[in-house]
Design a binder for this molecule. Structure first.
Ligand code: SAM
Length: 560
């Protein structure tokens, strides 16, 4: 007997909606009739329980890059829960960074705010509700603002406040994974939550709140227990998404959090601006087949496998075994590989890569000779180089300094190693801009070096982020710099009247054209971030200038 009923007529039904498989129909006719109502709820995935991953999203139909998978509003949002010990802090109304000491204060609770008229201060979904609790502390700080006004605790407080105002949302939230089994008493994270969040909220606000509740006989916040606060902090750490557009905020979504992690994610997401309530829009970034898991990335695409896996283990409590993590060459890029030093200081020309990258203590082996290295030896060398890279990068380096660093690293690291990638990405943005390397000064040889570096970086970036979901700004910069290097070379020859003699000039112009078009394409989702907005403008201006130059010189790239 059929136990499903038709969504339209409630009669027995055996036809499932093929989009979401969540509703059934007695026949095609009622399915068609019900579509108007169902359309907004029909999602191309189902939620499944996986033994290793827990709840996850599985595609119910084939999806093409760009197809919308999910769009939804947050359950709750708040300032990013990182303790800020000095410097700017987020406004509790709009999360924009402000200098606490110089800012006005909320007229009710006294927290530093961007402006007393900030709309988020009154908004019950942002500061409005918590403000009543924060105002229960009747003293204010003049100095030591960072310890006194702790924006990093506000998201936990907002989660607690859902209890009475939005019980359904609260239930949804408390159903999320908190990994409490890994955050028990005695762990660093337990002590930190106890000290940083629980004690602060309890001492300053919950105690006066309890007195008030007793006096008035009215329950405002029924559960402020230590256990609940620890669980909420776990839920935030494991499931919240960070939005760093014009602000620093963290958001919990009702369904988006179910996307599992992959270091080669098949989706890309964008956030609408504050005026649209920080709605998330998740789209396919790669072709997704019916039955595929829908994934996002929880860590940094430009870290090596060891760094990514350790970060995921420490912050999200699982061991990633995706196709990038399990491949010693990281998808053919050699992003973590070292050059083998061989024996007796005589390099053998081989590459050292992890034997089993899924083993946190793997040995490393050369693909040419018998030399093996322990993981400790590799980490020591790579970390020391990393420190040097950081020191140089932080000191506003000159081209010469970065070039020298790259040459030094070339003895130990594969040219695509993530440390080399970082240095090259900085270098391409200095060639052509720094004194001594300005467009009128830079040599043809260095311009060719810049263009080649751009091509190498692009190749790596495309392999690591084929869906262009994590590195669009990196790709956009590389593509734009590739166009600039080519353009300076072309113009230089052109102005000297060498147009007919310049071999490959047309190929260079075509590469310029293609780079600018690709840059526009990779940045198409980047209009709501300050860096993306700026880069998009730069690329639009360069494209305009490039086309004008072609027109002025009567060059038709298709005809020539
Ligand atoms: C944001 S939640 C995702 C939803 C979660 N699976 C659930 O059941 O509620 C993140 C957690 O999902 C699990 N997870 C996500 N991606 C995973 C992966 N690639 N491998 C193993 N576990 C994963 C881990 O337990 C992780 O802490």
């Amino acid at each position: 007997m059929c136990d499903k009923v038709c969504a339209e007529c409630q009669e027995p039904a055996d036809l499932n909606c093929s989009g979401c498989r969540m509703v059934s129909y007695c026949g095609k006719e009622h399915q068609k009739k019900h579509w108007k109502q169902h359309k907004s709820l029909c999602r191309p995935f189902i939620i499944e329980q996986d033994e290793a991953i827990g709840k996850c999203l599985i595609a119910t139909r084939d999806l093409n890059p760009g197809d919308l998978i999910l769009t939804e509003h947050p359950i709750v949002s708040g300032p990013t829960p990182h303790m800020v010990e000095e410097g700017p802090v987020p406004c509790p109304g709009c999360y924009r960074l402000i200098v606490g000491e110089e800012s006005p204060r909320c007229p009710n609770c006294d927290f530093p705010v961007c402006d007393t008229r900030c709309p988020g201060l009154q908004d019950m979904e942002h500061h409005g509700h918590e403000c009543m609790i924060l105002a229960l502390r009747d003293i204010s700080a003049i100095n030591g603002l960072h310890d006194f006004y702790r924006q990093d605790t506000l998201l936990s407080l907002r989660c607690l406040l859902l209890q009475k105002r939005h019980p359904k949302k609260y239930a949804q939230l408390m159903d999320m994974e908190a990994h409490l089994e890994r955050r028990g008493k005695g762990t660093d994270v337990y002590n930190e939550v106890q000290d940083r969040i629980f004690n602060y909220l309890d001492d300053n606000f919950f105690r006066p709140l309890k007195c008030m509740e007793m006096k008035t006989g009215k329950s405002i916040l029924p559960d402020t227990s230590k256990e609940t606060i620890h669980k909420i902090c776990g839920i935030i750490d494991v499931n919240a998404l960070e939005i760093n557009q014009y602000s620093e905020m963290s958001v919990l979504y009702p369904t988006a959090y179910l996307m599992e992690h992959s270091c080669v994610p098949n989706t890309v997401h964008t956030f609408d601006l504050v005026s649209q309530g920080y709605k998330i829009n998740i789209r396919a970034a790669l072709p997704i087949k019916k039955g595929d898991h829908i994934s996002t990335m929880y860590t940094h695409a430009l870290w090596g496998t060891q760094g990514r896996r350790e970060h995921l283990r420490e912050t999200k409590y699982f061991s990633c075994s995706c196709k990038r993590c399990s491949d010693p060459s990281e998808l053919g890029t050699n992003f973590s590989s070292l050059l083998c030093m061989g024996s007796n200081e005589e390099p053998c020309g081989g590459l050292q890569s992890p034997i089993n990258p899924l083993d946190y203590n793997t040995e490393w082996a050369c693909n040419k000779c018998q030399i093996r290295l322990t993981n400790g030896e590799v980490s020591y060398l790579v970390n020391r180089i990393g420190e040097e890279v950081d020191n140089v990068q932080l000191s506003s380096p000159t081209v010469r300094e970065l070039d020298a660093l790259l040459t030094k690293m070339a003895t130990f690291l594969h040219p695509n190693h993530y440390h080399c990638y970082a240095v090259k990405h900085s270098l391409i943005q200095l060639y052509g801009y720094q004194q001594g390397y300005m467009p009128s000064q830079i040599t043809d040889e260095t311009l060719n070096r810049k263009a080649n570096m751009c091509r190498e970086l692009l190749e790596v970036t495309k392999k690591l982020d084929p869906g262009n979901s994590r590195l669009p700004l990196y790709s956009g910069v590389i593509l734009h710099e590739l166009h600039l290097a080519n353009m300076i070379l072309v113009k230089r020859k052109w102005d000297l009247g060498m147009k007919t003699r310049v071999k490959g000039m047309l190929a260079m112009l075509q590469e310029c054209n293609q780079s600018l078009a690709e840059a526009k394409e990779v940045l198409k989702n980047e209009f709501t971030t300050p860096a993306g907005e700026k880069l998009n403008k730069v690329i639009a201006t360069s494209t305009h200038e490039f086309n004008r130059w072609l027109e002025r010189n009567k060059i038709d790239l298709n005809k020539n």
